[in-house]
Design a protein around this ligand. Sequence first.
Ligand code: HEC
Length: 285
Amino acid sequence: MRSYIKTLVFAIIILCGIWYLSDPVSALDVVKKPELIAGLVVLLIALIFNGKITNDLRKIRYEKLTEEEKLKIDSEGDWLMKTYKKLLGSKPIEEEHEIILDHNYDGIKELDNDLPPWWKYGFYISIVFAIAYMFKYHVFNGDTQIDELNQAYVIAKKEIEEYKKTAKNLVDFNTVEVLTEESDLKKGKAIFEMNCVACHKADGGGGIGPNLTDEYWILGGGIKNVFKTVSEGGRDGKGMIAWKQSLKPIEIAQVSSYLLQFQGTTPAEPKDAEGEIWNAENESN
Ligand code: HEC
């Protein structure tokens, strides 16, 4: 029995150690690492076997003892029992007369026991802890939980930025922003020249499709609306198809960013303005 408790305690200590070292955000992070789980299972099996062997050995050794020694061991218990008794610190019944107080209430007497050692040591430890705590947080102004939270936010923000860089393809109507990087605009230009010039002209002046250089928009200006128009297409029967079939989200964002640069330029043969004047305040509508 004792060795199984030991096994369990060991396993818990090891688990806590791994937990602490791998610094997981949630229990899932630990579960997600299969090699860790496999290692733990092997360790646990090893511990159980070890426990079983020591248990058997102890039994064999016990059988070999003389009756007297057996009795002594039985009465004292093993180290677990012994430490437990020690921590309680109570006097054995035979010695109780040494600590009995000399009053007597209707036959009820009082023992003047010492404080149990487990309590006393716990108290000392809490004093040490309190001093360390006071110095860390009130003298040297260590990081409070709020500070730690804010630091975690800063790190998380950076990670999101990093993630966004590698996940540009995830843009949609709601998250799209004007791309300003040279490489994106270059790609946008290439896409525009390959797919759109037939109807919108290379300079955006318009033909079958409307003029993209003026501030008049049929379907709404600004990156969000343009992104939506390009991916979902124009009104039925007008000839502007939904490009999401053939262009990736990032490509739509690139070509939309590129064509917004036509704003305010003067094309060779501008088509008459169509739609309404767009200003950015309307963007939220
Ligand atoms: C077959 C001709 C055709 C092609 C090719 C074409 N468009 Fe269009 N486009 C149109 C027409 C027609 C409209 C007007 C739609 C409407 O009135 O609903 C339009 C509208 C638009 C608008 C909205 C303009 C506004 O005033 O609201 C944008 C932005 C646009 N096109 C971008 C593109 C892009 C980018 C491409 C290439 C990927 C492209 N178009 C390819 C015909 C075309």
